[in-house]
Each structure stands twice: as structure tokens, then as C-alpha cells.
Design a protein around this ligand. Structure first.
Ligand code: NAP
Length: 321
């Protein structure tokens, strides 16, 4: 079986693929270009992809009808046209569950960093502006007893709610497509309308997948409904937030601060004004970046790939939205 792996991934998964497949791995730190992706994948029976690889009808046409499986090294799969894969009988897999805690930790870290002015503080030290203790400087927002609004109460949303409810005594509001009685019981949480969540939350953390309903969910009108003291955290997908509207909101003081692990595009454009905002903490998409999570992701991605190649059900197969 011929396989293309579009980037170096942990040996926990890669070795198992190499043991049984004719496997080529993209060796560079940067992803293959579109042309390189199409060229290397052509004739393959399986492809192990990353979220930076666009997998669509053109890709499937190029690779050929022998393609059985695309295994995405991520829980999100908005880079893949799953409906088109379904139509062609190509299985698509993802890696859910094993990056939940790692990503939730980054969301809480960003919330704390943005609420308590870490970026201004670090810039102050790094740029040799630190002259004295400042009674009027770096004044942030309290966390204890405040309200967290979780947009998308799935695995990661619940893990964030757990940390903030039991750690900081926060009240939990959330949106989701379906009712979650077990979440309501565990965290004394309330499922509310989006507009209620925006108006009542001190912190808003995004945990939906990127889909047609959530694309650019946060824009000028959304920010206008949030508290001026509020903090937005996004560890889901950059496309859920209109980055220019976010910049306007941060600059005008419509909201207090933001913490982003994801942006649109990634990396953020070199001249993006968000890069230089003191009240915007940005990380380069490191949510799942722990040894255990990345090893487990590699293992699941290999399991999905090998199952698909063997014509067996994928342990974690995704369906079109
Ligand atoms: P999940 O368990 O599938 O949770 C997604 C939640 O979003 C579900 O509860 C779903 O509601 C909700 N949702 C979907 N559309 C919605 C809408 N229009 N309005 C309100 N809620 C909506 O996924 P997860 O494992 O928690 O991961 C969530 C996302 O995080 C992934 O899709 C990925 O994009 C991102 N992620 C990022 C990193 C990182 O490195 N930063 C790492 C892992 C994941 P229902 O339950 O009612 O369907």
C-alpha cells in the first residue's frame, strides 16, 4: 500500500505505518505547497494529512480512484471536504479525545494571560521599560466568581468549564446544538441563547468546530453585545472570528482583551495589527502540543489510516456536517 504522510509526526504512529506501507513522509518544517501535495499524493492508497492541507475534489481527482482513506492528524477536519469524500467512498478519520485536556489547559492559560495583562507585562520587561512597581499599571480582571460563557459545549468546552467552575468558582453558561443535561448537573451550568451568553459572560471561550453556522460568528455586532470588561478566548479555529472586527473591538475597548491560539490565516499576516496589540495574546496553534497528546494523536491517526487501507471501519471516522 502506498501512503503519503504530509509532515513528520511522532514515531508512536509513524513507525507503525512505515512497518507495513510503502510510505513517504514530507520532510520539511513547512507544509508541502499545493502542487507538491498533489504530486506526492498521486497514486496513493492512503494519505495522512494535517489541517494545513486542503483535501477537496481537485485533490481526490489528482490522487486517483485507488484512494481509500484520508487520516487527519487533528480532531478538527474543516480542511477536508468530507461530503465529497463520502460521495467517492473515501473514509476520513480524525483524532478526538486525546487532545482535550491539553487544549483546555491552553484555553485557561490564554484566559489568565489576557485577563491579567501578561503580554503588556512581558513586553515591559523585554523592552527594558520596567522602571518601578506601578500602582496604576497592568490592572487586569478578576477571575474568581465570574461567569464563563462556553460557545460549543463539546469535549474541550466541558474540560474548560470543569477547570473554571471548580478552580475559580465561575458560573457556567453555554451554547450547543443539543441539550446537555449531564453538563448542567456537573457544573450547575445553563444552556442559553447566544445573545444571552454574550451579554452575561465575563469570559467567552470558543470551542465549536468551524462549520457554516460558526464561520465568522464573532464580528462587530457580536463584540458590541459583550461586556467592555470581557475577555475572548479562541482555541477552536481562526475562521470563527472576524479578525478585523476583533482588532476594532480591542482597539476601541469594546472588549477588554483576547487570547488566541488560532487565527485566520495561520500564520497571521506579518502586517496584521493584532500582532502588536498589547491586549491580544497570540500563540501559534499549540493547543495539542504535549508529548502525550501528540503521541496519542499519531497512534490514532495511524490506526485510522491502517484500518482504511485494510477496508475495515475506522476507529474514529468523521461524517459530513
Ligand atoms: P466536539 O466535542 O465535537 O465539540 C464541538 C461542540 O461544538 C459540540 O458540542 C457542538 O454541539 C458544538 N457546536 C457545533 N456547531 C455549533 C453551533 N452552530 N452553535 C453552538 N455549538 C455548536 O469537539 P472538541 O473535541 O471539543 O473540539 C472542538 C474544536 O476545537 C475542534 O473542532 C477543533 O477545531 C478545535 N481544536 C483546536 C485545537 C488547538 O490546537 N487549538 C486542538 C483540538 C481541537 P453539539 O454537541 O450540540 O453538536
Amino acid at each position: 500500500m502506498k501512503v503519503f504522510v504530509t509532515r513528520q509526526i511522532p514515531a508512536a504512529g509513524l513507525d507503525r505505518i512505515r512497518n507495513v506501507c510503502d510510505c513517504e513522509v514530507w520532510p520539511d518544517r513547512l507544509p508541502p505547497s499545493r502542487d507538491q501535495l498533489l504530486e506526492k499524493s498521486a497514486g496513493c492508497d492512503g494519505v495522512l494529512s494535517l489541517l494545513s492541507d486542503r483535501i477537496d475534489a481537485e485533490f481526490f481527482d489528482h490522487v486517483g480512484p485507488q484512494l481509500k482513506v484520508v487520516s487527519n492528524f487533528a480532531v478538527g477536519y474543516n480542511n477536508i471536504d468530507v461530503a465529497e469524500a463520502d460521495r467517492r467512498g473515501i473514509a476520513v478519520g480524525n483524532t478526538p479525545g486525546v487532545l482535550t485536556d491539553a487544549t483546555a489547559d491552553i484555553a485557561v492559560g490564554l484566559l489568565l494571560a489576557a485577563a491579567r495583562c501578561f503580554r503588556e507585562g512581558i513586553d515591559n520587561v523585554t523592552h527594558e521599560q520596567w522602571k518601578t512597581w506601578e500602582p496604576m499599571g497592568f490592572i487586569g480582571q478578576d477571575l474568581v466568581g465570574k461567569t464563563i460563557g462556553i460557545v460549543g459545549m463539546g469535549r474541550i468546552g466541558a474540560a474548560v468549564a470543569r477547570r473554571l467552575h471548580f478552580g475559580w468558582g465561575m458560573s457556567v453558561l453555554y451554547t450547543a446544538r443539543s441539550e446537555k443535561p449531564e453538563i448542567d448537573d456537573q457544573f450547575n451550568a445553563r444552556r442559553v441563547e447566544f445573545s444571552t451568553l454574550l451579554a452575561e459572560s465575563d469570559f467567552v471561550s470558543i470551542h465549536t468546530d468551524l462549520n457554516p453556522q460558526t464561520e465568522k460568528l464573532f464580528g462587530d455586532e457580536t463584540f458590541a453585545q459583550m461586556k467592555p470588561t470581557s475577555v475572548l478566548v479562541n482555541t477552536a479555529r481562526g475562521g470563527i472570528v472576524d479578525q478585523q472586527a476583533l482588532h476594532r473591538a480591542l482597539q476601541a475597548g469594546t472588549i477588554f482583551a483576547a487570547g488566541l491560539d488560532v487565527t485566520e490565516p495561520e500564520p497571521l499576516a506579518a502586517d496584521s495589527p493584532l500582532r502588536s496589540m498589547g491586549n491580544c495574546v497570540i500563540l501559534p496553534h499549540i493547543g495539542s502540543g504535549t508529548v502525550a497528546s501528540r503521541d496519542a494523536m499519531a497512534t490514532i491517526a495511524a490506526d485510522n489510516l491502517l484500518a482504511g487501507l485494510n477496508g475495515q471501519p475506522l476507529p474514529h471516522r468523521v461524517a459530513a456536517n
